[in-house]
Design a protein around this ligand. Structure first.
Ligand code: ADP
Length: 348
């Protein structure tokens, strides 16, 4: 019998949901502007009401931080405890995702957690740990966990050789993948590390944090919610920044710093991979902004990358020219489909 899976992708103020028959998406929806538990509870009731005539077999949830959990897990009190414990590293997501898991309990279906960190759980040690005292690394399990793993896995499927994936959304992460296996990624213990993002600083000199804290700034809030593109120019929505590039010099600077930070990260991963066969752009900015892709690709001309400008303008699936040494892809990410596929793998 075909399994019907209801997938939840819960964000800090929204719920994306999709109904799958096996790995086929039947329908999906999005509820936003959710603040408190009451809002989430009403949203969940609405979703179950919508599907009351469907015989749903299984519920599946994206959970952002899974720390040492490497596999899709059937949710039980032990797993719930862990999701709660890991909230310290993903404070915007894990608590809300756990809340939705608990709100769904009354529907009495088996529930599975699929972790965003799974794809990066076996990074090589040189990429995985930080150069801090080893005993502290071990005592607190401090390591690079990486995020957006479901997206990186989904869009790199079937790509052989050396691949770099740029997930460019309000959160940004870039990963280096060899034959579908992740070898490095730009986000770290938390989603704050790496490239400049909408409101997150990305990597900065850690000395800045000590400096700010000595002067009584709340560095965590400053670097998480008030930095990145927003910190540079006051806007975090990429469309707002693009439309002001010619008239607002800080928007121009934010755009240029964003591009530069992506180019630098890609360059470091070309070295880590010792070459490059595929470059993939995904998530809302990666899928929809030809100008940015063109600028990034121009910085890789030295590797023999040739862009087909016409295909790039049309957001086609492959945007490199036939004689390019690197194949450049624009792939629409689908975290919910990846979640359904991961759960099906376990059920079989
Ligand atoms: P999330 O990381 O929250 O899943 P998304 O992948 O939806 O994010 O990306 C959100 C970001 O993408 C926002 O900065 C928004 O400005 C930008 N964005 C969304 N659609 C477009 C578009 N058509 N053109 C340019 N930027 C876009």
């Amino acid at each position: 019998m075909q399994k019907k899976i209801l997938v939840f992708n819960v964000g800090s103020s929204s719920i994306k949901y999709s109904l799958f028959y096996e790995a086929k998406k039947i329908t999906s929806g999005f509820i936003e502007r959710l603040n408190d538990k009451k809002d989430y509870s009403e949203a969940i009731n609405k979703i179950f009401k919508k599907f009351e005539n469907e015989k749903i077999n299984v519920l599946a949830h994206r959970v952002v931080h899974g720390r040492e959990l490497k596999k899709t897990s059937l949710i039980n009190p032990e797993i719930k405890k862990k999701i709660k414990q890991f909230s310290e590293f993903a404070p915007l997501h894990n608590p809300k995702q756990l809340m939705v898991i608990e709100l769904c309990e009354r529907f009495k279906k088996p529930q599975y957690a699929v972790f965003d960190t799974m794809f990066f759980s076996d990074l090589p040690e040189v990429a995985k740990i930080y150069a801090i005292p080893k005993n502290i690394t071990e005592k607190h399990s401090i390591r690079k966990y990486g995020f957006h793993g479901l997206s990186h896995k989904y869009v790199s499927k079937g790509l052989n050789g050396k691949t770099i994936v740029c997930h460019l959304g309000s959160g940004v992460s870039i990963s280096a993948i060899n034959n579908e296996k992740a070898i490095d990624t730009s986000m770290g213990l938390t989603p704050l590390e790496g490239v400049i993002m909408g409101t997150r600083s990305g990597s900065i000199d850690p000395g800045i944090i000590f400096f700010l804290e000595k002067r009584k700034y709340n560095a965590e809030d400053l670097l998480t919610n008030k930095s990145g593109l927003k910190g540079i120019c006051g806007y975090n929505d990429f469309r707002d920044i693009r439309s002001r590039i010619n008239k607002n010099k800080n928007c121009k600077l934010a755009y240029e710093m964003f591009t530069y930070s992506i180019v630098k990260t890609i360059g470091s991963y070309v070295s880590a991979l010792n070459g490059l066969n595929n470059l993939v752009f995904t998530a809302a900015i990666g899928e929809n902004v030809p100008k940015l892709r063109k600028e990034i690709c121009n910085s890789l001309k030295y590797l023999g990358l040739k862009l087909d400008e016409d295909k790039n303008e049309k957001n086609e699936e492959v945007i490199s020219s036939k004689d390019s040494k690197i194949k450049v892809h624009v792939r629409k990410t689908d975290e919910e489909k990846m979640i359904a596929e991961e759960v099906l793998k376990i059920l079989k």
